[in-house]
Design a protein around this ligand. Structure first.
Ligand code: EPU
Length: 336
């Protein structure tokens, strides 16, 4: 385990922001993870795939890169398997591994950037499925006591892009592995969200397999979302706001074409992408950064933008949405 000094984090964040970390260590075993914590760093930044963060300044801390690897089937029944996955596995590699063994449940979550260990923190979701739907439990190390704790699904308090690791236990635990329950036969396909059905129909597929659903999702995502290897980004920059029914009714009267999803009797979710597009920001480019041309919810770094450039753009967007719609846009990405 080698602690390096003054390391550029550019290769470690999907926005491709070039800031330095005061200290950096990549750990590939829980022993090394504990050893790194034993150095009692005055400040710590835990880094997974770096796919949900905007770095706005150099990091005056020990950056702990979680590089634990391994996927193991831990139990099997006639219809299901339980799989334990180390935190440092790449999320999409896990989805591909499941498809290869014909294990179902994660196919709608194809091509989401990031690592397995950070996926529960924000309960990643796409195309009508969330991580919590297959999640059984996770193991995590307490940063202070260095003891391992198992969190059940109930313990995690999952919500829309939310969990206990973002709330009450923020910054207290490092997830080291996650257990998923997946179907090994009679897969329950979820194809009714968004463009999946149309995509399958266009491909002439009447009886889709989980592999077909994954291909459809990959194709939809590729058509809308920029590949972080080519254009720096962190996926959705904002959460879709949830507003009260009375506010929704007022906005709907003003903007009858506004898309919406009813969440409960007294709340509606509005696509932030629509609000941003309607405010005229979609595709706007400033020097080397801007709002993606095909999905207004995604802010992009075309080259050497700084984190502050992107942060300032996000504030400009939040102000415009507040002014035009009187709606508060919350960031989904962590700003550091
Ligand atoms: N829309 C616009 N303009 C845009 C983008 C979207 O009008 O520029 C409208 C669409 O026409 C549609 C609605 O907004 O009516 C919803 O769009 P979409 O289905 O693309 O989904 P989203 O709400 O924008 C969410 C997730 C994505 C996830 C997709 C698909 C959040 C914050 N984002 O986006 O997640 O892939 O649904 O399930 O919930 C991510 O978290 O990084 C991410 C990409």
């Amino acid at each position: 385990m080698i602690i390096k000094k003054n390391i550029s984090l550019k290769p470690f964040n999907t926005f491709g922001i070039d800031v330095n970390a005061k200290e950096f260590v990549s750990v590939d075993s829980t022993e090394d993870l504990v050893k790194a914590l034993d150095t009692n760093p005055s400040d710590l930044l835990v880094l997974g795939g770096g796919s949900n963060m905007l770095l706005t300044k150099s990091i005056d801390a020990l950056v702990l890169h979680i590089n634990l690897k391994g996927i193991t089937v831990i139990s099997k029944s006639d219809t299901h398997v339980k799989v334990q996955v180390a935190a440092g596995e790449n999320w999409h590699d896990l989805v591909c591994w499941c498809l290869n063994y014909n294990f179902g449940g994660l196919e709608n979550l194809s091509l989401i950037p990031g690592n397995v260990g950070t996926a529960p923190i924000q309960n990643i979701g796409a195309y009508g499925v969330e991580l919590k739907d297959s999640f059984v439990s996770c193991e995590a190390i307490n940063i202070q006591t260095k003891t391992v704790k198992t969190f059940t699904k109930e313990d995690c308090n999952f919500g829309y892009r939310n969990s206990i690791f973002k709330q009450a236990l923020k910054g207290q635990y490092i997830i080291t592995s996650v257990v998923f329950e997946l179907s090994s036969q009679n897969h329950q396909l979820k194809t009714n969200y968004g463009a999946i059905e149309t995509e399958l129909k266009n491909a002439g597929i009447e009886h889709p397999t989980i592999q077909d659903v994954s291909k459809a999702v990959v194709s939809i995502r590729k058509s809308k979302l920029p590949d972080p290897k080519i254009i720096g980004n962190s996926g959705s920059f904002f959460k879709n706001p949830i507003i009260s029914t009375s506010k929704f009714k007022g906005l709907q009267a003003q903007f009858p074409q506004m898309p919406s999803y009813q969440i409960s009797e007294d709340s509606f979710k509005i696509p932030a992408g629509w609000l941003i597009e309607t405010s005229g920001f979609k595709g706007k480019t400033f020097d080397s950064y801007g709002v993606h041309t095909k999905q207004a919810l995604v802010l992009v770094n075309y080259g050497d933008a700084s984190g502050l450039d992107i942060l300032n753009l996000s504030i400009q967007i939040q102000n415009a949405i507040k002014f035009i719609f009187d709606v508060d846009l919350e960031t989904e990405v962590n700003i550091l």
